[in-house]
Design a protein. Sequence first.
Length: 183
Amino acid sequence: MTDILTFISGVALVMAFGWAAASKLAGFERWRRALSGYSLPAGFESVARLGTPAAEIAVVILVMTGPLEIAGALALLMIAGFCVVVLHARTTQGNKLPCGCFGSTTERDYRLMLIRNAALAVVAGVLTLAGGNGMIARIGSVAASDVLPLALVLFAAALIMWMTTGLTELLTTRPKPSKGSRS
């Protein structure tokens, strides 16, 4: 069971960090604009502009090749840093913050970002605790009979995240009812 949990966590982290890096690199101008919306110090922003996707790619490579404890620790460090940046930006920018990681959404509610980061932190924590070889070396430890359940678990997790994102965005973007005017 531990091998399957580690494998699922590894695949989930590769998908999340790979998607985030690819999105930033494919839409670099959008990423640059999103990053500038966080009001980071100029030096930090310029390092983060290229350093963030580079570190995300490093996490993907480490998860694939190992050691997993380093991959998980790097992912946890990045997630914690982003949580600090989100909470800092929320105090100056409000509840809606620029998003430059996933898809075409330009703004997200900060709470959704923190929930997503908490889920990723759990996954990264599993890899940190599991340690050892990366996903490439572990592929042989997954029994053929576990492939369908593994695929279903990953699909269900993706659906849950997608539905949670949609529901949270629906609830946070709904217009407030007007109080009406009284004469």
